[in-house]
Every structure is written in structure tokens, then in C-alpha cells.
Design a binder for this molecule. Sequence first.
Ligand SMILES: Cc1cc2nc3c(=O)[nH]c(=O)nc-3n(C[C@H](O)[C@H](O)[C@H](O)COP(=O)(O)OP(=O)(O)OC[C@H]3O[C@@H](n4cnc5c(N)ncnc54)[C@H](O)[C@@H]3O)c2cc1C
Length: 399
Amino acid sequence: MAELDEFKQEVSTWLDSNCPQSMRRPIVTEEMVWGSSRLQFLNEDQQVWFERMRERGWFAPSWPKEYGGGGLNPKQARVLETEMSRLGCRQPQYNLGVWMLGPVLLEAGTHEQKLEHLVPMMKGQQRWCQGFSEPNAGSDLASLKTSARRVSDEQGEAYIVNGGKIWTSDGDKADWMYALVRTDNSSKKQEGISFLLIDMKAPGVTVKPIELISGKSSFCQVFFDDVRVPVRQLVGKEGEGWALGKKLLQHERAAMSKFTEGGAPSADALAVTLEYLERGDDGKLEDAALRQKLAEVLMNAQSFTLTHRRVTEMALARKDVSAPGSIMKLVQTEQEVAKYELLEQVMGLRGLGWEGEDFSAEEIDLCRTWLRSKTYTIAGGSSEVQLNIIAKRVLDLPA
Ligand SMILES: Cc1cc2nc3c(=O)[nH]c(=O)nc-3n(C[C@H](O)[C@H](O)[C@H](O)COP(=O)(O)OP(=O)(O)OC[C@H]3O[C@@H](n4cnc5c(N)ncnc54)[C@H](O)[C@@H]3O)c2cc1C
């Protein structure tokens, strides 16, 4: 315990002297630093914070040092997370590879795959996208049809991939895609799926951005036309991709349920409410109904934080948290929607700025985050699908 206290002191001092003040403000979407072969910084502070954290291996504090991680034990990693959160430090790097693929590769990847992919992720040099959904395979993911046929020829052993993926977030910016593909049509649909790592620069990969009603969007559709993927980019065994995909989704849901802990932008409801509403002489918000709604949002957020801590402790004790993971994803994303609905009500017309000089940068960001919050209840498996999982796996209800 004394050792952990000492570590906490050391971490706190280090963060305090190494995290620039401007990196301690809540993150806004435009200021996220995405690890990528085309890595870019908006300012010097971003770069300083990124490089200092990279040197310590703290992009992934608990990963082995051999693969560029911090080599911390789970308790130390938790201390670092808590101290970063206490000081309001931003995540220095955003990367789907680190959050979702990395833990799967650590468990099921070969040593060569770990060296080829984990190390560049830890240097902030690789951007990943997720190739799971297809036009007729979203919630019913096992219906996916993108095919991967194994060949052995003068160029070596490879899979030839044909088909396509949809709703691929930032597919146009990614260096690599982790994808679920069909290697066998003859067996039960879950059994014929394999997990491949696809180089987005490979010949035959075409990425088309999808336009939405808002004009801008990070969604892409990705087409594969005889794309050659070397067999060394198969993770795990052929035909066992479904289990890996499910594991990856657990990491995605866990990352999504950490939204208020610096994983993604999330407004401070109390601060926004106090900024936009006048208070009476007694210092209270005058509208009693609104006061009650705000109290509800704040209490829910606090309960969630405590429950999240409990689930993290369970994970540290190596208990199975796959079921709580679905509950956390469901509750967190639904709570975010409720919070932003309230903030929009509080801000009135000021909350409806999409762009332009009439609105402050914070107002525009809040409006965009409000709209985006609705998508969190779909991405990573919709709320209805999480309810199905909870009904089956947690409550053991009949199908
Ligand atoms: C912001 C965002 C980012 C995304 N990024 C990616 C990405 O990077 N890569 C990727 O592969 N995918 C991505 N997706 C896709 C996402 O995983 C799918 O949209 C999601 O799984 C739902 O699938 P669908 O859109 O095909 O809807 P459908 O499966 O057609 O569902 C439509 C509706 O029916 C409901 N429904 C479906 N089946 C059931 C059922 N059995 N019981 C009850 N209700 C049901 C759903 O909950 C939903 O409300 C992203 C989605 C969003 C919103």
C-alpha cells in the first residue's frame, strides 16, 4: 500500500509538472489528437503533452514495455487514470487501435503482429478503423458477407478479399482496418468468420465518404475488390474471428462507457446550467422543475461514476465484466443523451449554433456534441441490442 501511495505521489507530481495547462481543459472534438501516419498537432502544447506521455509509454500504461506500453501493473494503471482525471488531463492520443484492437492483439496476436502493430500504435503512428458493419449486417453482425478466399501462389499465402463495409468511421483517414470477413460459407454463420488486419493502401481498397443530412460526416463506405491480404495478417485461427470480434466489442463498449472520464467530450452539466441561467436572490435556479431535472442528471452521473469504479475494481480482480460492460455502455450513452437534451433546453437558441461567428466555439461544440450523443446509443451495438444481451446473459430470461 505504501508503495502505491508513493507511486501516486510520484505520478501526481509528474503530471502536474509535465501536463501543460491548456491540456487540462475539457477536450473539444476539433482538438483531439489522432495517432496516425499523418499525425498533426494544432499547437505546441498538444505536441509536448503527446511526446512526454509517449516517452513514458503511457498511451497504454498497462501494456508491456516490450511493445511500447508503460509496463504498469493494473493498480498502478488505475492510479494514473485517476490522477489524470483528478487534474483534468486530456488523453494525449485518440486511437481505435489502442482502445479496441490492442487488447485483442495482446491476447491473441502473434509476437510479429504485436511488433508490427502495437509498437507503431504506441508511437502514435498508426490510425485504425473498424470494418465490422455491412449494409445487411449491423445488429445482426454474423450475417456479414465480405468474403476472404485463401490462396497460395508465387507471391506466398494470402486471402483475397471481396465485398464491402459501411459506417466505417474515419475510414478515409485510417492506415489500417481490423475487419471481420467470411472465410467459410458452409458452416453455422458465426463459425465461418475470420479476423483480418487490412492495409488501407492495398490495391483494390476504395474508400467513399458518406454524406449525411448535416453535410459533414466521418462515415465512409469501403469497397474491397480482389484485395490481397497476407496470411500473417490473420489474427487468431481461421474461422475463429467471431469470438475475437465479440471480445473487441467488449473493449469498444468499455471505452464508450468511459466517456465522462476523458474518453470523449462531455460537458459539465452544472457549469453549463449556471452559465446560461440566472439564479434568484437565494442563489438557487429559479425554475423548480429544471432544478429537479438537473439534480437528476447530476445524481445519475455520480451514481454512474461510482458504479464504473466498482466494475473497474471487478476487472482488476480478474472477474468477468462482459455483462456489466453492456449495462455500462447502455446506461452511459442513454445518460449522455438525457444530459445533452437538458443542456439544449437550458441554452435555448444559443444551443442551436452549427457554425458561424454568432456563436462561441463552446456553443458550437455543445450543439454538435448534442447531435452526436444520439449516435452513441447506436454505435458499438444499439441500446436495444444491449438490452437483449442483458436479458439473455445477465437476467437469464428466455429468448
Ligand atoms: C456514430 C457511429 C459510428 C459507427 N462506426 C462504425 C465503425 O467504425 N465501424 C463499423 O463497422 N460500424 C460502425 N457503426 C455501425 C454500427 O455498429 C451499426 O449502426 C449498429 O450496429 C446498428 O446496425 P444497423 O445500423 O445496421 O441497424 P439495424 O441492425 O438495421 O437496426 C435498426 C434498428 O433495429 C433495432 N434492432 C435490430 N435488431 C434488433 C433486435 N434483435 N432486437 C431489438 N431491436 C433490434 C436496432 O436497435 C435499431 O434501432 C457506427 C455507427 C454509428 C452510429
